[in-house]
Design a protein around this ligand. Sequence first.
Ligand code: ZN
Length: 558
Amino acid sequence: MLGSRNKLRFALSRTNSRVLTKKLKYGNPVVHMNGGQIILVLPCIKSWGATGILLEWEDTFPYSGELANIGSIYIKEGVYTMDEVNRIMQIAEENGLLVIQLVQTFGHMEFVLKHNEFSTLREIQQAPNVICPLKPESQLLIKAMLEQVLDAQPNATHLHIGADEVWHYGVCEDCSVHATGNKHGVVSLYLQHIRDLVLFIHDKRPNIRILMWDDMLREYNLGELVEPVVWNYSPVDCFHIPPAMWSSYQKVFSHIWVGSAFKGANGCAQILVSSSRYVSNQDAWISVADEKPFDITFEGVILTGWSRYDHYATLCELLPVAMPSLASCLRRWVKPKQEQVSEAYNEAVLSERTCYERFQKFIKGDFDIEDKDCSGRPKIYEDAELEEDSSQTQKELALTLEVTQQAVSHHLKSLVMIHKQADIMEVLPQQDWPGYDMACAVHAFVLLRNRCIALIHGDEVAAWLNPWQVENKYVNPIQVQGIAVAAERLLKELVATEENLQSSFQCVIGDRSKNEWIATLHSPLVKQVRRIYENAYHYANSAVRALPECICPNANEL
Ligand SMILES: [Zn+2]
């Protein structure tokens, strides 16, 4: 692990804090107490260089009393009790991690506004995202939420009030009338709402520091009331923050944070996590921090990790799968490049071959994948980006695992990037991480899914068992025998994979998210492959037909 000397010397010059945020969206308590995973995650991220944890509870927090319906008491399964919340706080404290709770106060309010009892507080009836700031009940509701969350952390030094992505406001009848009559227009609604809440929080906790995402602040000035978290999740190539923004922030705010991403920012339905893409985002921010625009020293970096793009969106890039990315991202902040270069030549670092071997073991999981040819087998493609020796190793892996070389390349990039340039080298964490079994199961599933898709949309089914042929019973039995064999084999593997997913997900994310994930990604595949298998098996054992049924329904079979 890293020496404190290095942390002090290098980390402080960039930021004081590296805080991991967990977006605990509905049905997705990414790390659940019952499995004991949280106890492992906190010391794990601490050892990787995190100095705190930002908890966006959403509806996994045990709100009580009049708020009982919006939180974990209502959901019951897979979320946190107050005892568990207290335990998380305690473990974080024991590990020296700063805990910042996040309560959404304007946008991203779906978990509250979706309920009938709060539907009248929506700014727009069809959109449960944004709360109307002018309705008296809105302020009462949010203040009650803030009170309960603050009560759970008597020694809180920071609180995050979200307030990002307020896509529409000033549009309901009350708000539009108010905006029209105010010289600052709709801006006055936003400023007044946030200001009232901040004053309320300071009234309860005078010394607490209040953070909020900065996207709305790019237009509005909230002075010394809050500390903006400037977020940008783009990789280096498309990362841009206008210098004028730093100039104006520097005049207004005495404390500024930055927000990067280690997962959940690469597409709303992504399953795997590309470490290199997120490391690139850290590099972009590190360059900004090193340059110190307008002499700004950032308070800290918050590494965010979305698991859904909004409350109703599907699950994406789950935390256990993203742990290697998190380790790599934290490593960028903790260690200077020159140290990583020297490490690359250290014998302790995994060699390229070792990484490939570990990768092979990783994605194989508990499956014994036979090395034999079958119908519908995908083609092997060249990957021009890779050097000759790497390409050769990937070909061997692709053959052994019976997947495309592209799939191997993709998985490899998501797990471990080995470049000849040591300064961009990432390695797998030196230990199994909490949720490792689940990550293995997800990777194994994605490989199998690629093979299923290759069969479903491949040439063989399109040429000899397409919907027209099935509908018209015009199928050549000998040609579909291979399809039947391939589909049967995939079905068996899908069954085995489901058992693996069930058991490994269970102890990490609970029934609700497990069932949703499997029903979204695994079950539809089973259905499609089974249909192909049943059709192929049927026609492989049927007599040859002379004409398609649409031409001659009564044609005699020969
Ligand atoms: Zn309104």
